[in-house]
Design a protein around this ligand. Sequence first.
Ligand code: MRU
Length: 365
Amino acid sequence: MKVGDTHYRSIWRNEDDGKVMIIDQRWLPHEFRIVSLDGLDDFATAIRDMWVRGAPLIGATAAYGVAVEMARDASDAALDNAWEVLHATRPTAINLRWALDDMRSMLRNTPVERRADEAMRRAAEICDMDVETNRQIGLHGLEILREIARKKGPGEPVNVLTHCNAGWIATVDWGTATSPIYQAVEDGMNVHVWVDETRPRNQGAQLTSWELNSHGIDHHLVVDNAGGHLMQHGDVDVVIVGTDRTTASGDVCNKIGTYLKALAARDNDIPFYVALPSSTIDWTVHDGLAEIPIEERNQDEVTRVFGKLDDGSTAHVQISPDGTPGANPAFDVTPARLVTGLITERGVAEASEEGLLKLFPEKKR
Ligand SMILES: CSC[C@@H](O)[C@@H](O)C(=O)COP(=O)(O)O
């Protein structure tokens, strides 16, 4: 998508020196910084410390991490080590394991002398696939928004509420939850987005708002606690969020706070959709609450916030008393029964094993 007049992806390779480049998301929206990732440790740090984040982008970054390591040492031992190091970075988003497994199984069947080239080729392919997948998600989601617009009447905005950042910057391009919004706006639809700030790291305030602002899309930033109130007053037509791992039975694990939005949506009869590439489905897991590991992040993310000071400089500031401990579960699970539908690249599935298998019959066991 666009930053100013320039089209960017969130990760790419330089044409001249072949380096892997990312947008370092820690500084957005206040500073737009591009950095190169030069070795396995850089890739692991970038994922762990959230220079890049969002399930699909974590997967794409890991794929390039393997590729860069293969250029240094293409042995089986280096391949296994790269898998382990990258896999240990973040526990919840399944796209990480999906991308690492994909790379390793392909490279194991590739002669050592060809591994570096093949790994780069496949990492680029994973990125291209992500872009096309998200574009398809957008087209399927567009139909949902069109239907809402038809019911509302001419000129009335379709009000979408979203949580966290499942935008283009969380994927390689387009985003998942935001892809239908971008498609709808390109289609001329009047769309307005309620952006949850998404404490503790404020992905909504810092990233989703930045994206929508850059694309001139009508939006308001709201505190996380405002969603229920907006829904009670008829100000939300649909909720669309992303996911870090969806079970084979349709339970959805996403950024902490998603579950509360789903509860409020159900109480107010508002459709609650989850947009996801099929690489986010963990076909081995059936009970999201019992089986998905929830990342517990540093308490500093709760007790401090990052922002711009009046003099224009940026800083982290403490918001709680010295000594008050923070607890920081980063994700929660929304049971399938609260999900209206799963918007995938193959269409909209009912959030159930049966619904998912209708769209992905090759996954039947
Ligand atoms: C298309 S991204 C979907 C999810 O990864 C997103 O909603 C989310 O929860 C991101 O969490 P983050 O901790 O910022 O990586």
